[in-house]
Ligand binder design. Sequence first.
Ligand code: ADP
Ligand code: MG
Length: 615
Amino acid sequence: MSDIIQLLPDSVANQIAAGEVVQRPASAVKELMENALDAGSTSIKLIIKDAGKTLIQIIDNGCGMSETDARMSFERHATSKIRKADDLFAIRTMGFRGEALASIAAIAQVELKTKRIGDDIGVKIDIEGSELKSQEACSCPEGTSISVKNLFYNVPARRNFLKTDAVELRHIIDEFQRVAIPNPQVAFSLHHNNTEIFNLPIGNLKQRLMAIFGSSYNNRLVPVEENTNIVNIKGYIIKPDFAKKTRGEQFFFLNKRFIKSAYLHHAVQSAFEQLLPNDSYASYFLMLDVDPKSIDINIHPTKTEVKFEDEKAIYAFLRSTIKKSLGQFNISPSIDFNQEAHLYNMPLKPVDGIYKQPTITVDPNYNPFKTESSPSIKPSERELSNRENWEKMYSRHADNQLEFEIKKEDDNQQTINTDWDNELHESNLKSSYQLHNKYILTHIKTGFMVIDQQGAHERILYEHILDAFEKHKSSTQQELFPKTIEFNPVDFALVKELETDIKAMGFDISEFGKNTFIIHGIPADTADSDSVALLEGLIENYKQNMIELKSNKRENLARSMARNLSIKSGKNLTQEEMNNLIDELFACKMPYSAPNGKPTITSFSSDDLDKRFKK
Ligand code: ADP
Ligand code: MG
């Protein structure tokens, strides 16, 4: 038999490498921006079409390349940044593996134009799927322009795997920010489909952060600076009063390279200790500088994790530095820890324990945001559906099994079974019991049922809000004193995109100059809440959901608002509130899971208990 092992052709090897280096348009953006930085540019322009699926172009004013280097740059393991193994331990540049351009050129149509400073003439190279299509002299400005067109055009599986434009653009913006924040000495701009999203002039770190996140950051940022012989720390933390319920902004840069570190995050979070409400996260922008010899960056090309030599020492130092900054700037606990619980006050509709004969009257004043008890709201369609639900539960007793579907995040329908004998006893509802301010325990005929209070309330609100969308019946409470709210440029664009739907929820908002909206009114009966916090929370949750799922706008808005307004774990509930919650939950179309797909209810039969007690 003949030998069978062969070397892979370069184009195939490059495509395989590309799978590692370029997962999505944002990975190409990262690599190309880093190259532009390494070239010593002072101005870097990023132009994107269709979230990078059609075009990613980076124009820099860096050192440029000679004709030979331009051709070489697309070869695998071709780099100008290291020459010998020793160099690996002193790396200060962003790249050094020489893989990025070769990988990108393997899976896209790439046009490179480059001219060295002082040269008369530049060079233009076209490469498609690793194949050189043309190379010619060209007149172009000093520096480099790389256009990456139709990424993954020859890897349809990869292309189909890409998420919606909104999600891919979010990833690109993340990468853009990760490069732009630690390099305020370089001007950056980002254009997407002909709209300018960022225009960041040269400045200092604080100016850079304000240009990205909005000028309101001016009085939110607290400086941090401390030097030792193992690490220098410099940057800003956000005052605890402005902490976000969603993860907010957390940026570590190690030698100007963005890194993720759960360990170091913990150090910062713990420095904030008593200053943050339970469910909030510290936000920070911290530059750590260490000797390159003490870290291992020779890791997976796209990984953002790093190994430190002195991890423990850095942890301790970071924590004490943050504490010191918080102390120095006199930031003491000044937060109302229960604030968020007031956002949407229980009680829900009162239950007297006895179900009245349903009457079918559609209440024209029905307000989806109103769950508070009010004598003016008579038992209506909701009570009817509630009743039906109960009856359904009774009737399923025969099967002994209740099946229901949970909508999973990935949209796969997953069926899960509950096997409780599902008789909720009306009379038993009076004796619900709250566990750890988090769960509600209540009797069912065959045992007991445990309800997750936050998930349950989210479900209730979610259905109310969706229903209101459908029936166009949101109403607005006008604000006595309209408030303005400034967003960062990205969020501003998002609010504009969602404006119609946000208004359909009952918000009365209008544009008010650069990156700013004015809030004239908010959904009726959220009227006690702070309008700015309400809208801000809605957008924060929306962004979070946007990354996690592909739901449509209204569904996401409803989810985000429900999360925003729901009673939280940790809130103490009265007997009446618990009963109302249970009642409202079973009036829902889909009481068994929260909008995020997690279960709201679980049950235990007395048989289970008997077994445990070996009866
Ligand atoms: P690496 O960055 O790891 O060296 P790349 O494949 O990203 O590998 O780039 C290969 C080489 O091409 C770089 O080492 C650099 O010499 C050159 N290069 C790439 N982009 C630019 C640019 N924008 N300006 C100047 N030179 C560049
Ligand atoms: Mg590179």
